[in-house]
Write a protein that binds this ligand. Structure first.
Ligand code: GLU
Length: 540
């Protein structure tokens, strides 16, 4: 009886690994092409961290003429949520991060290196586990939960490292004969990896982002195949990324400490390990403490939140690139009109520690993204958003022709387009006065009877057909007539001579017509409101 008999007994039908090596050959790509992936578990709504990883993975794959694929890691059946895969693939598509290969919906996939859903790869893992068993590099373990718990308690008491290693790895010593007998007798078991490592030896690994990191070698005999026949993450990662010919594993840095194990798994299996790129997570400042974004506590941790508040996917991606590479901001400044796809992303320039999620910055980025859109695009996006999330806004936007004029203010043909919108949920408040006359007037420096006089004088001279120059001259005339300086400059030189200047006067008109002290260009607003509406609003 030898290891091979044991392996045959455990996995009688498993194909030889050569079958899979041939089925999934080395990829024929140009030198330097990066093959990478995002490998989420379908455990609920999509986390911003998954989007972040997908964006980075897809960007580096694209820029190197490589491949970006989506693999669904659903071997932890207890954590799986119904519709979880659709949620992930739907989110990736919504953000324009669809893959070259892999899962594209809950049930469909594309590409030649699949299946891309781990639960459909059971036979593949078993083949690879069988190979390890037959080489004496993995073995069945019959320890039950109770025994393992007892060992852990003993380890804790003795202040020893917890885990299945060295003397604690009891089933390592079970002979092949005994193992075969136990299996034949129906005992339940898992498959463990027989680690060749030694805690006292160090290994140094080079992470593309974190740089050189030194760890003690792994000496834990971890479970590779669970009692349900499915693999653990560690083993599935090794088999899948080997067979899918992944060159770069881009993943969250919570996996950094598993690196000694993963490298060992690759080496013992006889495969070249991929390059590892461990990304620092996006963080949140929680009363002075930095912590990871949590789906339970922070709405922005779920990617659907951005659709709900109406931030464009493009803006979210641009913001994430800001976090990912500090050189992005300068690049954007120098390349205002370029698509973010053109940004020369550098994986090795990513920050080692987690950046804070910053709404101010996101909205700032988003304002710029929206400022580059045409009135028609702003209309279409706002309308689409309103149909889903805001009935009142949808009603306002029913008059498309008028709404296009409203969105065109300081946008159409403007080389300094307005930047007062950062999300579609801002739109209603931003444009409401173009549809409904204001009812509250918080005048600034000129108030009461004085304001009334300004309004009356303005109403007398108002002519919708005035060009901008004439319009402003008339505003100055009104200022002069009411006792204010015509020019700001002359007022500043001689501030005691007048109670104020033309700016005070135009504020009165602005507040009267819009209810706001700050608006885009007042002349354009008047043109869009039209003669009748302006005259109506000027009656005081
Ligand atoms: N399923 C793992 C996770 O969601 C994937 C890690 C990896 O990318 O290898 O964290």
């Amino acid at each position: 009886m030898d290891y091979k008999d044991l392996a045959d007994l455990i996995f009688p039908d498993a194909k030889p690994v050569e079958y899979y090596e041939e089925k999934y050959p080395e990829r024929n790509l140009k030198e330097g092409a990066i093959v990478t992936r995002v490998a989420p578990s379908p455990t609920g709504s999509t986390h911003i961290g998954t989007l972040y990883q997908a964006l980075i993975a897809r960007t580096v794959a694209r820029q190197s003429d490589g491949v970006f694929f989506v693999r669904i890691e659903d071997t932890d059946t207890k954590r799986e949520v119904e519709g979880g895969i659709d949620n992930i693939t739907g989110s990736l598509n919504y953000f324009g991060l669809g893959p070259d290969e892999g899962m594209v919906s809950g049930t469909e996939e594309k590409g030649y290196y699949g299946p891309y859903k781990q639960s459909l790869r059971k036979e593949i893992y078993q083949s690879f586990a069988k190979k390890l068993i037959s080489e004496g590099k993995a073995y069945p373990c019959f320890c039950n939960e109770e025994e393992l718990n007892k060992d852990r308690e003993k380890q804790e008491k003795a202040k020893m490292r917890p885990g299945y290693y060295g003397e604690w790895a009891r089933c390592r010593k079970v002979t092949v004969e005994d193992a075969i007998n136990k299996i034949k007798a129906g005992e339940s078991y898992v498959i463990r990896f027989k680690s060749p490592g030694n805690e006292n030896r160090k290994i140094q690994v080079s992470d593309v982002i974190k740089g050189k990191v030194t760890f003690p070698e792994n000496d834990l005999d971890i479970v590779i195949i669970k009692s349900d026949g499915l693999p653990t993450y560690h083993f599935a990662h090794c088999v899948d990324d080997h067979l899918m010919r992944t060159t770069h594993v881009i993943r969250g840095d919570e996996w950094l400490s598993s690196l000694p194990l993963h490298i060992q798994l690759f080496k013992v299996s006889g495969y070249k390990p991929p390059k590892y790129c461990h990304i620092a997570p996006i963080m949140k400042n929680d009363n002075g403490n930095k912590r990871k974004l949590s789906k339970r506590k922070d709405p922005e941790a779920g990617v659907s939140y951005f659709a709900e508040i109406g931030v464009l996917p493009e803006a979210v991606k641009e913001y994430l690139l800001n976090i990912a590479n500090s050189t992005f901001e300068n690049w954007r400044r120098a390349n205002k009109d370029k698509s973010i796809e053109e940004f020369p992303f550098q994986l090795n320039k990513m920050s080692v520690s987690g950046a804070l999620f910053d709404f101010t910055k996101l909205f700032d980025v988003s304002k710029n993204v929206i400022s580059r859109l045409t009135a028609e695009e702003v209309y279409n996006y706002s309308n689409e958003w309103a149909q889903k999330y805001d009935n009142d806004l949808a009603k306002l936007l029913e008059d498309k022709e008028y709404s296009l004029k409203v969105f065109g203010i300081e946008r159409n043909n403007s080389n300094k387009p307005r930047k007062d919108l950062s999300k579609w949920s801002d739109v209603k408040d931003n444009i409401i006065y173009m549809y409904e006359a204001p009812t509250e007037f918080d005048y600034d420096k000129i108030t009461g009877e004085d304001a009334k006089r300004v309004i009356n004088e303005y109403a007398k001279t108002f002519d919708i057909s005035d060009d901008k120059q004439t319009w402003f001259e008339k505003m100055k005339d009104v200022a002069e007539k009411c006792g204010y300086a015509r020019e700001v400059k002359e007022f500043k030189q001689n501030p005691d001579k007048w109670p104020g200047h033309v700016g005070y006067v135009s504020t009165v008109i602005r507040v009267t017509l819009t209810g706001r002290r700050n608006t885009p260009d007042l002349y354009e607003i008047i043109q869009v409101l039209g003669k009748d509406e302006v005259e109506k609003r000027l009656v005081k």
